[in-house]
Design a protein around this ligand. Structure first.
Ligand SMILES: Nc1ncnc2c1ncn2[C@@H]1O[C@H](COP(=O)(O)OP(=O)(O)OP(=O)(O)O)[C@@H](O)[C@H]1O
Length: 390
């Protein structure tokens, strides 16, 4: 589809090959729901076209209404007809597309069986759990042999114990189907999608395979989905990145060996990705010296870290003895959040760019990390990936 909606300032060009599964991700108000509405036929573009299997379904001359498209949606709420049984819900689509009663019921039985709900055929929606209702909704969606399946966060309303089973079921039942999904959950990207498009401000700003986008995120949003921090800056004469705040970022270049990676030259814009688990947090300055706060270290507070920094005095590559080169960036804690058994510490560099670190909760408590506390972040160069900005 290549569509514009003027009053929403949405201008999207998105395509998904038959049989592939595309995830649309992006911040609130980016245009994700608008994209799904355009594909479903609930919204007409002001200009541009939507094609399904090569046929225009929305264009300046055509608009195939939603109920005449072979497009189905699965949303947070299963949206089953409350007065029909599960079986009748699933048979409804085939019936309304002209199938006779008996073959429609046979089809519905087969679809219910495929989602593990054969024994729930006679129940009405209010007699189903949330997970069961979502399974029936999937059976209902697939019973019409859709050309396109739209998923709008179908797992978001489910309990955490239920969601993984439904996610596995979706992965299984959607194999070979053409799917466009909206999700905020990185797990959905890895489990359900082949490709991803990052949307921001109504425009597609990055697209590619899930692995390609998440291993080389081009935006803070994509970086957060990938679970890494993103730093932007310029390439220096020494093949490093320098942030606007003046911090030097030394790393490795995953694509340096491959041909055709333009854009890496002194003065060019570049990005660095930093895995929060690779970031050691040192208190500065402590009476007992900097304490090491890596995920693996749960030592007592005050234990001297490998480098023992004084505030502001650490060299840009705080080479600790003869070990591999390290980055050292002065930063300030801006937030703490639980991350399983660890604590995710969000910090801000001098120019406001954010770097997350994951440390043991015990360490975070022992060093009294709290918003406003000054720290030194230390990351081995081997754990920082550098890319041209692209
Ligand atoms: N019914 C509407 N009428 C007018 N403008 C709308 C309407 N719905 C959304 N918008 C605007 O269109 C733009 C895209 O919104 P959209 O709902 O597609 O974003 P989204 O990425 O789905 O966001 P979210 O994650 O919050 O659901 C936003 O600027 C939004 O304010």
């Amino acid at each position: 589809m290549d569509c514009r909606i003027d009053d929403r300032d949405v201008d999207l060009r998105i395509s998904v090959p038959t049989g592939r599964r595309l995830a649309i991700v992006g911040p609130n108000g980016a245009g994700k729901s608008t994209a799904l509405s355009l594909l479903a036929g609930h919204l007409r573009p002001d200009s541009g076209e939507v094609h399904l299997r090569g046929r225009p379904v929305s264009s300046p001359h055509t608009h195939v209404p939603a109920h005449r498209r072979r497009v189905v949606s699965l949303e947070q709420r299963p949206g089953l007809f409350p007065h029909l049984t599960a079986l009748e819900n699933v048979a409804y689509g085939p019936r309304s597309r002209g199938l006779r009663r008996r073959p429609a019921l046979d089809r519905a039985h087969a679809e219910l069986d495929a989602v593990g709900c054969a024994d729930l055929a006679d129940r009405r929606p209010h007699e189903l759990s949330g997970g069961q209702a979502q399974r029936v909704a999937l059976a209902r969606a697939l019973a019409v042999d859709p050309e396109l399946v739209l998923l709008d966060e179908p797992l978001a309303a489910l309990d955490v114990e239920i969601a993984p089973g439904i996610r596995r079921l979706l992965a299984d039942r959607l194999t070979g189907r053409t799917v466009v999904m909206v999700t905020h959950d990185p797990l959905d990207l890895w489990a359900l999608a082949h490709d991803v498009v990052v949307v921001s401000g109504g425009r597609a700003v990055q697209s590619g395979t899930v692995e390609g986008v998440l291993s080389r995120p081009g935006s803070d949003f994509a970086a957060r989905l990938a679970g890494v921090s993103l730093l932007e800056g310029e390439v220096t004469d020494d093949d490093e990145l320098r942030t606007p705040g003046g911090d030097a970022v030394t790393g490795y270049r995953p694509d340096a060996a491959s041909e055709g990676v333009p854009g890496w030259a002194p003065g060019a814009r570049a990005i660095a990705t930093v895995d929060p688990r690779a970031v050691a947090v040192h208190a500065v300055p402590g009476p007992a010296g900097g304490a090491d706060l890596t995920a693996g270290s749960a030592g007592p507070a005050g234990l001297a870290g490998p480098a023992g920094f004084a505030a502001g005095a650490a060299p840009a590559h705080a080479a600790a003895g003869k070990s591999s080169p390290r980055n050292a960036w002065p930063a300030r804690v801006v937030g703490l959040a639980p991350a399983g058994a660890l604590t995710r510490v969000t910090t801000e560099l001098r120019d406001g760019q954010r770097v997350d670190a994951e440390v043991t909760s015990r360490s975070a408590a022992e060093l009294a990390l709290a918003p406003g506390v000054a720290v030194m972040l230390v990351v081995k160069a081997a754990q920082v990936a550098l890319y041209p900005r692209g």
